[in-house]
Design a protein around this ligand. Structure first.
Ligand SMILES: Cc1cc2nc3c(=O)[nH]c(=O)nc-3n(C[C@H](O)[C@H](O)[C@H](O)COP(=O)(O)OP(=O)(O)OC[C@H]3O[C@@H](n4cnc5c(N)ncnc54)[C@H](O)[C@@H]3O)c2cc1C
Length: 380
């Protein structure tokens, strides 16, 4: 067991950190305040290979692993967790098409996705089903060479701006086996979008409902066979959860570093904040939390890279542990900044707001407990 990064991995981290420092961090507060989705910046990240990290290289992907991905998303999130997380969702969709798409689908969709000339969204959640995703009701009825799709997806990251939507729909009976996955291009007649949601954080990317009103989607746009969609959606989430965790970790790391710097400057009772031992212990606990979270995240990512049987459980554990710990650390950083942490210009409250949703989406942290508890009860 070797926790040292390879030369190639160190170079990847350096590149992603440099990108975050130059292209994300200086603009993150402004994007948050103006609700600006910086598509040009996303394309610059893609040009460095960060949009198709584990997509195969015949279609322009970087053909890297899950461990490489968590390194990249942590580094990007130091600049802006919201942008890192959107790239993570986009990459998850690209990876689903890479893994489960046929040759024609891979050739048609992936070259644009890896450059982010086309952007992608993942459509599972509905107004009536979030955690209980297998209860989804968006219906796709076969009619000749098309499916006719009606229903609504809720909370879709990137919706309205994205060009490609991987949509989980019901083609069969109740439950997970009645679900299929369709690739839906934007601009399809019968597909429309709700208003951009007003959110606590993640303001640098849009979140909208996607509405299907008798939209005709060609059968050739189905990933795999009928009934396989839920399995694909869940498999996509294993890696997605690691990336969401990594994006939270990067935000927490940035908040911690801002705190140390601030506490060297800020004085109270005649000394720098950093000289109070009570506060040093708080920083020490934050540092321990970051290291433990990172080490465990790497362990879960390695298990997924190796196709280990316990990988799904480890990904769920990592998602819950890392996102809870990252939020705690970011919130602690806010406290250590005193009243200034509460002001927009310091960038700390933005990180806290951004990180809160990492505990909710791609499966809430209660659903992570449910996944783990199920395996405990089953004696696995
Ligand atoms: C900003 C944002 C972006 C998102 N992006 C996407 C996206 O791109 N694509 C997409 O498909 N979805 C997306 N989501 C949706 C997200 O995945 C869901 O919100 C999440 O899965 C929870 O579903 P819900 O909101 O319906 O909550 P519910 O399922 O109604 O849950 C409510 C509460 O009950 C708890 N709960 C539910 N069932 C159980 C149980 N069995 N045991 C214990 N506790 C339980 C939950 O943990 C939660 O605390 C996004 C959400 C947000 C806020």
């Amino acid at each position: 067991m070797d926790f040292a990064l390879s030369e190639e991995q160190s170079a990847i981290v350096e590149m992603a950190r440099g990108f975050a420092e130059e292209e994300l961090a200086p603009f993150a507060i402004e994007w948050d305040q103006n609700k600006h989705f910086p598509v040009d910046t996303l394309r610059k990240a893609a040009a460095l290979g960060m949009a198709g990290i584990y997509v195969r290289d015949d279609v322009g992907g970087s053909a890297l692993g899950r461990l490489d991905a968590v390194l990249i998303f942590e580094a990007l999130a130091r600049g802006c967790p919201s942008i890192a997380a959107y790239i993570s969702i986009h990459t998850m969709v690209a990876a689903m098409i890479d893994r489960y798409g046929n040759k024609a689908q891979r050739q048609r969709w992936l070259p644009g996705l890896v450059t982010m000339e086309t952007l992608a969204s993942y459509c599972l959640t509905e107004p009536g089903s979030g955690s209980d995703a297998a209860a989804l009701r968006t219906r796709a009825v076969r009619d000749g060479d098309d499916y006719v799709v009606s229903g609504q997806k809720q909370f879709i990251s990137g919706a309205g701006a994205s060009d490609v939507y991987v949509v989980m729909v019901r083609t069969g009976g109740d439950g997970p086996k009645g679900i299929s996955a369709l690739i839906v291009p934007a601009g399809t007649p019968g597909v429309s979008f709700g208003a951009n949601e007003r959110k606590m954080g993640w303001n640098a990317q849009p979140t909208r409902a996607v509405i299907f009103d008798n939209a005709r989607i060609p059968v050739v746009n189905r990933l795999g066979e009928e009934g396989q969609g839920f399995r694909f959606a869940m498999a996509g989430l294993d890696g997605g959860r690691l990336n969401i965790a990594a994006s939270a970790l990067g935000g927490a790391q940035a908040a911690y570093e801002k705190s140390v710097a601030y506490m060297r400057e800020r004085k109270a009772f005649g000394q720098a904040l950093v000289d109070f031992q009570a506060l040093q212990f708080r920083l020490a606990d934050m540092k321990i939390g970051l290291e433990v979270a990172r080490t465990f995240l790497w362990r879960a990512a390695s298990a997924l890279d190796q196709g280990a049987p316990e990988a799904t459980n480890l990904c769920a554990m990592a998602k819950k542990f890392v996102t809870d710990e990252a939020f705690r650390i970011a919130n602690e950083a806010l406290q250590l900044h005193g009243g200034y942490g509460y002001l927009g210009e310091y960038g700390i409250e933005k990180i806290v707001r951004d990180l809160r949703v990492h505990q909710i989406l791609e499966g809430t942290n209660e659903i992570m407990q449910l996944i783990i508890a199920r395996s405990v009860v089953n004696g696995e």
